[in-house]
Design a protein. Structure first.
Length: 331
């Protein structure tokens, strides 16, 4: 596998997503009113006319950057995300606006995948903006029905680095536990937190390093639930973990990952792993979104016994076939 030196763009970005009515705007308003060290630029990509906060200067222009009373800025997208980000960056460089963090609130019906890819694929964006993480808000009251009916809602859960469950007081404890078990079955790597009317610590949403290359693979296999808890949901998105104490052959694994993404890339929402390569005494991490993957070399294994651990979150992925394919890449 080719190891690339990752760039560290200056401006971190959080994608805030969740289906219609889940509580994204309520959460964002809470964050904006809290004391924190960030100067945030908000990019709102919503259908309709509801504004993010009553303190906005409202205009009817196609796109408008406005100042808020807490020093933040807000930009409502009515066009291409790359152009909007570049416009914000140039205004920042000219000293016309001041921000050091971007929060992008997606439309409630949006799939966050293409938005995330912008930060890897777009040459005008990638050198300047770093995707910090994807935070998904889900509604405990109507979330199960939404997941049953809306593919984009399931994608939003699959892409998440953090899952925030709102409206928990509207369901019974048993219903809430069952719903959270279902979410863990779909995405085991994303910590789940219950929120009340957007009441959530800022550090749960911002600066979470969800896309950072590091040696902490935040998946607890104990989070997986037995099939009988969620067999009736027929969720097309699920998580599985592949691990091995045998080393990989680097060239075999690279070829296999390339063939895997060429066939199943559109359905591979997130994948991340720590890799143990034959003849390499250092840890290698990699992660990807759809067909795009990046990797980095970390420190030596030291006293730790080397291992590989890969997490896949995807839509109708052939788990057993992928496991067997990875087995063939072991040295």
């Amino acid at each position: 596998m080719v190891v690339e030196e990752p760039q560290e763009p200056e401006i971190p970005v959080t994608i805030l997503t969740g289906f219609l009515g889940a509580g994204k705007t309520t959460l964002l308003n809470r964050i904006l009113k809290e004391n924190h060290q960030f100067k945030i630029a908000i990019i709102e990509n919503e259908f309709g006319t509801e504004n993010i906060d009553n303190d906005l200067i409202v205009t009817e222009q196609k796109e408008q950057i406005v100042s808020m009373n807490n020093g933040c800025v807000c930009c409502t997208i009515r066009g291409d995300l790359s152009r909007v980000l570049t416009n914000l960056r140039l205004k920042r460089e000219r000293g016309e606006i001041d921000f050091d963090y971007v929060v992008l609130e997606t439309s409630g019906v949006a799939n966050p995948g293409p938005v995330a890819q912008t930060f890897f694929m777009d040459d005008a964006v990638a050198p300047f903006f770093r995707l910090d993480g994807i935070v998904t808000v889900v509604d405990a009251k109507y979330g199960a029905k939404t997941l049953d009916e809306e593919a984009n809602a399931r994608d939003q859960v699959g892409f998440a680095d953090r899952i925030l469950v709102s409206k928990c007081d509207l369901v019974t404890p048993e219903e809430l536990e069952a719903f959270e078990a279902r979410l863990r079955g779909m995405n085991a790597r994303a910590p789940i937190r219950r929120v009340d009317m957007g009441n959530c610590p800022v550090d749960v949403v911002l600066n979470i390093a969800g896309f950072n290359m590091n040696d902490v693979l935040d998946v607890d296999p104990n989070f997986f639930v037995d099939d009988h808890h969620h067999h009736h949901h027929n969720d097309d998105i699920h998580t599985f973990v592949y691990d091995s104490e045998k080393p990989f052959d680097p060239m075999k694994l690279e070829r296999y990952i390339m063939s895997l993404t060429s066939v199943y890339g559109p359905d591979m929402l997130r994948y991340k792993g720590i890799l143990y390569f034959k003849g390499v005494d250092r840890r290698v991490v990699f992660q990807g979104v759809h067909m795009l993957a990046v990797s980095d070399v970390l420190g030596p294994w030291g006293d730790r016994k080397p291992f590989s651990k890969l997490v896949f979150i995807g839509r109708n992925l052939p788990e057993e076939a992928i496991r067997k394919g990875l087995d063939t890449c072991l040295a």
